[in-house]
Design a protein around this ligand. Sequence first.
Ligand SMILES: Nc1ncnc2c1ncn2[C@@H]1O[C@H](COP(=O)(O)OP(=O)(O)OP(=O)(O)O)[C@@H](O)[C@H]1O
Ligand SMILES: O=P(O)(O)OC[C@H]1O[C@H](OP(=O)(O)OP(=O)(O)O)[C@H](O)[C@@H]1O
Ligand SMILES: [Mg+2]
Length: 281
Amino acid sequence: MRIAVPNKGRLHEPTIDLLERAGLHVVDGADRKLYADTVDPDVSVLFARAADIPEYVADGAADLGVTGYDQVCEADVDVTDLLDLGYGQCRLVLAAPEEGDIETPFDLDGRTVATEFPTITRNYFEERNIDADIVEVTGATELTPHVDMADAIVDITSTGTTLKVNRLAIIDEVLKSSVRLVARPDVADDGKTEQIRMAFDSVIAAEGKRYLMMNVPESNLDAVREVIPGMGGPTVMDIAGSDKLAVHAVVDERDVFETINEVKREGASDILVTEIERLVE
Ligand SMILES: Nc1ncnc2c1ncn2[C@@H]1O[C@H](COP(=O)(O)OP(=O)(O)OP(=O)(O)O)[C@@H](O)[C@H]1O
Ligand SMILES: O=P(O)(O)OC[C@H]1O[C@H](OP(=O)(O)OP(=O)(O)O)[C@H](O)[C@@H]1O
Ligand SMILES: [Mg+2]
């Protein structure tokens, strides 16, 4: 099974990090290498541009791919969206100069729109019966309205800083995006694919969770149970030679502070908090 992952850009590092945490450590993935093995002999990695990944998966150069949903839509190929990986969150928006006369998408009838996403943009205007002229650019899209190349743009925004600096206002949201795990349809139901999807899913499930361990006098167990917001209730174990019980629970990171104070009040001691790498439900 070969997974295509971004070779550079903002999605590269978080994707390598995700592979690591999912237990698919990349072996000898030196800079500029095209392929690398992972610790799993059945899984290798292909490094490619984020924009090329959907095509590579559809064509069979890779079986699975990790890339932005915007790139999946733009490529317009037949791949199956298996899992939202949660990072790389951004929006594709239609934007025009703040001081201009464009206030709605319909003001772009007979006008020009520059974008790195011509397919998505064309579909957007066609669905609304707006006859806009699409100009494809490969970067610095935000500049085009200021050099008379376009009347508006369709581009990515997340914090909004780039639009603001370039005095552009959002007219409409075209698409919401985040990074996805995609598969070629013929391997989407494969056992190995499911293993990889589950491994990624377990990493996402563990995010923002902590593992809480403590010792509790047997007589206080019910009171401690009451205050632990853990998933599916805590695990309770006997401690040999002690009248205390070991209580373990998975708790939301934001509840840890409050929970520790409460269980201490109910007689818990030797409290340990650890990070969770993966959580398979
Ligand atoms: N500002 C942003 N915030 C969040 N996600 C973003 C942002 N810009 C891009 N992305 C996501 O990351 C993907 C790849 O963008 P990135 O800029 O890393 O690649 P690239 O532009 O192909 O790389 P490069 O510019 O180095 O050639 C986009 O398709 C989108 O899904
Ligand atoms: O809303 P913001 O937080 O300002 O982000 C938006 C910017 O981020 C992306 O560019 P990137 O930084 O990837 O540079 P690039 O044009 O070289 O790809 C995108 O093309 C926008 O220009
Ligand atoms: Mg970019």
